[in-house]
Design a protein around this ligand. Sequence first.
Ligand code: ADP
Ligand code: MG
Length: 312
Amino acid sequence: MLKVENLVKKYGRATALSGISFHVNKGEVIGFLGPNGAGKSTTMNIITGYISSNVGNVYIDGTEILENPELAKKKIGYLPEQPPLYMEMTVLEYLNFVYELRGCDLPRKAHLEDVCKVVKISDVRDRVIRNLSKGYKQRVGIASALIGNPPLIILDEPTIGLDPKQIIEVRNLIRALGQSHTVILSTHILSEAQAVCDRMIIIDHGKIIADGKTEEINQFIKDNRRYKVFVSGAQSDVLPVLKKVSGVIACEPLAERDGDAVAYAIEAQKGIDIRKPMFHALAEKGYPIMGLEALGASLEDIFISLIDREDA
Ligand code: ADP
Ligand code: MG
């Protein structure tokens, strides 16, 4: 469905992308995951033909985006990070405008009605876009991406700026779209990709650092669990006890304190739950645990461990 080969993009002297390659198969829902500035929007703008890359190729169903942009673009529905909505138009006027712009040849009335139904905006179709809530505006943006019924839908951070209820609605909508479309959505929120996507492509500093099924990434996160534990007692006494707990690979004191308790970051061996042995070891020496948090589910942690793994 989509083949991206060795994209390199420079803005002046700054390199935004340094060799991005991946494939997307028909029917997949892909999370393009990375922190701010990673290069997500740049990649999406290149895939959709909005900007060109310095090096590399993008094939949509075999068609190179810059060689035959008209044909390639017909196969993509794109919701950019800042959707270009015309605030003074009504929803239906705007969708008609996009219909013309895309040179759509599906039966107009029925098609626009269908699209409104899918994204649940039929009840606001005669309202001026400016007066809609942010959640509705975003759905109008998604509706415009669906015009012409393109098989590949690309959504750049579609839930950013929405409230929690709207986020759930938009995520449900994306999941529903995934039933009949190939979808790529970018996000900087790991849990969003976990909730919506079959596969994640993780990007950082313009490079792909992981590409795998969501279950594989979840397993990786689970296996590479880290903890933050607060233990009362002198650091010089507690640290050696923690380091000796079976299954602990690394332990280091943090700057955080809670009364007389010191915080330690602990890295556990893959697949080993160190909580019980840690409790017993500390209890035996008389050092109470004042708090315990599982780390390792944040995007930062997965990046750090993936980058470490790559370096190793
Ligand atoms: P993301 O969408 O993952 O947040 P972007 O693709 O927007 O990342 O940006 C990648 C890098 O390229 C960032 O360092 C950003 O500052 C830079 N960048 C993006 N657009 C431009 C531009 N038009 N001019 C100069 N630098 C840019
Ligand atoms: Mg972006």
